[in-house]
Write a protein of this length. Sequence first.
Length: 164
Amino acid sequence: MAKNIVLIGPMGVGKTTIGKKVAKALGKQFIDTDLVIQRDHGPVADIFERLGESEFRNYETAALVESLAQDAVIATGGGIVLRPENRKLLEQHWVVYLSTDGKHMASRLKNGNRPLLKNGMSDWKAIYEERKPLYQSLANFEIATNSKTVNQCVQEIKEMIGAE
Ligand SMILES: Nc1ncnc2c1ncn2[C@@H]1O[C@H](COP(=O)(O)OP(=O)(O)O)[C@@H](O)[C@H]1O
Ligand SMILES: O=C(O)C1=C[C@@H](OP(=O)(O)O)[C@@H](O)[C@H](O)C1
Ligand SMILES: [Mg+2]
């Protein structure tokens, strides 16, 4: 199995945006687990509403398995680290953790419908604090995105994996 580059990190940190650009720069396929779920089951917010979070997590694990079988750059959803079985799968790949100190996150979160953020930034902070140790323990690389542009993050990832 090829070693994929997998982006993890909290909601809105830039996994989808940066992942797409890294894939392009490396000439690899780009996969977003949320889009795989959406392709098969409809919009993420609708799944949360109709079926609840635990069914969404089932779909997410299936999407992760399918994605990791490719040779790709993969953007995950922020909650991918919650399930032990997902973490076990990720251990075999290059895991890049996009971190943030929380500044500028409100503007990064403006677009997109995130069903877990009913109370905005206070939910975001609490969820991130809870998951941070999981992101840290899985990461092969960490990129502090706070004061960097999207393109700087892309460049750093390329350098980290030795593509430069
Ligand atoms: N380093 C960055 N600096 C400024 N804006 C960023 C940065 N990274 C991402 N963004 C912006 O933040 C928004 C959220 O990014 P997105 O890729 O959807 O995050 P995620 O997939 O992690 O939830 C996008 O509009 C993106 O352009
Ligand atoms: O953090 C989470 O639990 C989630 C993050 C979202 O993806 P992004 O991290 O790309 O926003 C999406 O998978 C869903 O809304 C749940
Ligand atoms: Mg995303």
